[in-house]
Ligand binder design. Structure first.
Ligand code: G
Ligand code: MN
Length: 380
């Protein structure tokens, strides 16, 4: 590869090997424009490689940095690396020019990536738990485990920031299995404390369907006598509505492993009511956005329709992000089965959850007399 690069660059610069499959090309000032240089580098890998009777096609990703007089070699290599990863992300066989304006965010990101790798491998991502209650009487129904990451005391990285990053970095298998373990641990703790729950929800990334890690983990748990059947794996609707045969087959395997499945954040994507019947799930979780509209006639009609369709297919309906007594009442009235939200409890560490759910005089910090009488019968 070095020979090919050297031939492609000619007298315009010098080629050095930097790592296993990484090369550095230093161009002479004024010799080639950055785009010309990058295209020549990519072109060097176009011709297939023959080895015996086998033919290999190579591809490359190129990061280009334009250097000024003050640049230190360490900075330049780091910036080239950043641009190269941008190129990789954009798809193979392409190049990217390093953008100095993006340097700071790239450094922040690199730092975040490194600490996330460590956090997952060292088990520093914690699970917090939020209870789910029955809509009829607010008695405890289940819990949801939520990943929480505090890299240093007082520092909090929101899950919508690090979960996608974990998937991108290939950490989702490890993280997903850890969260399942946390969920099982919480179920055990609650049972031991005299407050058993019917369901333990854990969020799942669709990329976890692509490997065997989760399947093997669930099998091992079941063989170890853990109540895998209490587990509910939640997935956002965007990932399962496309009726992909392979996805459906993998979901069916999960069901055979004994867990139940839920559509998370229903109402944020396509919210296809028509698709509900063919999703291999037992539950839908109605997103906070729809819940918050429940006080309007239109919002209530949407909720009613969703419940009616879900009911027709035998699905349990959960309302998420319930923050007010009025929302809780509307959801109950339209026939939602289970509620979850700040009204009842914010996510909290396991000890706090156990304490809260088992304390003799527990209350949800709300006056239940505030709960309005049903606002007319459910529509339909
Ligand atoms: O994607 P999923 O629905 O699993 O996300 C749950 C997230 O919603 C958690 O991060 C949790 O902290 C947050 N959450 C839980 N209850 C409420 C609520 O009542 N209001 C709002 N705004 N967020 C909530
Ligand atoms: Mn969820």
């Amino acid at each position: 590869s070095a020979d090919r690069l050297t031939a492609a660059i000619g007298s315009a610069g010098t080629v050095g090997r930097f790592g296993g499959d990484e090369f550095v090309v230093v161009a002479r000032p004024g010799s080639l424009a950055p785009d010309d240089l990058a295209e020549r580098c990519l072109g060097a890998f176009e011709a297939p490689v023959r080895s015996g009777d086998r033919v290999w096609q190579m591809s490359a990703s190129v990061g280009v940095v334009v250097i000024d007089d003050q640049a230190s070699s360490g900075d330049v290599l780091r910036d080239a690396d950043t641009a190269m990863y941008e190129a990789k992300r954009a798809g193979r066989n392409t190049w990217r020019l390093f953008d100095p304006a993006a340097r700071d965010s790239a450094v922040v990101r690199l730092h975040l990536e490194q600490s996330l790798r460590h956090a997952v491998s060292d088990g520093q991502i914690a699970a917090w738990f939020q209870p789910l209650v029955k809509a009829s009487d607010w008695s405890v129904f289940g819990i949801e485990a939520l990943a929480r990451w505090c890299p240093t005391p007082g520092e909090f990285v929101p899950p919508d920031r690090f979960i996608p990053l974990a998937a991108e970095l290939g950490l989702h298998d490890a993280l997903g299995c850890q969260m399942v373990d946390f969920g099982m641990e919480a179920a055990r703790a609650l049972t031991a404390a005299g407050c058993p729950v019917s369901m333990v929800s854990v969020n799942m990334s669709p990329v976890q369907l692509q490997t065997e890690a989760l399947f093997e983990h669930l099998d091992a748990l079941r063989r170890g006598g853990h109540p895998v059947d209490q587990l509910c794996l939640e997935m956002t609707e965007e990932h399962i509505v496309d009726d992909n045969e392979w996805t459906n087959a993998q979901l069916a395997r999960l069901l055979r492993a004994g867990v139940s499945l839920a559509v998370d954040d229903f109402g944020t994507g396509y919210s296809s009511l028509a698709a509900l019947h063919r999703l291999p799930v037992q539950m839908i979780k109605i997103d906070r956005g729809l819940v918050a509209q429940g006080h309007t006639a239109a919002g209530r009609a949407v909720l009613t329709a969703a419940v009616a369709v879900a009911r027709a297919y035998g699905l349990t309906v959960i309302g998420e992000g319930v923050e007010t007594v009025l929302e809780a009442a509307v959801l109950r009235d339209v026939g939602v089965d289970v509620l979850q939200g700040y009204l009842f409890a914010r996510p909290a560490p396991l000890d706090d959850l156990v304490q809260r759910l088992t304390s003799v005089d527990w209350s949800w910090d709300v006056d239940r007399s505030e709960l309005p009488a049903p606002i007319g019968p459910p529509i339909g």
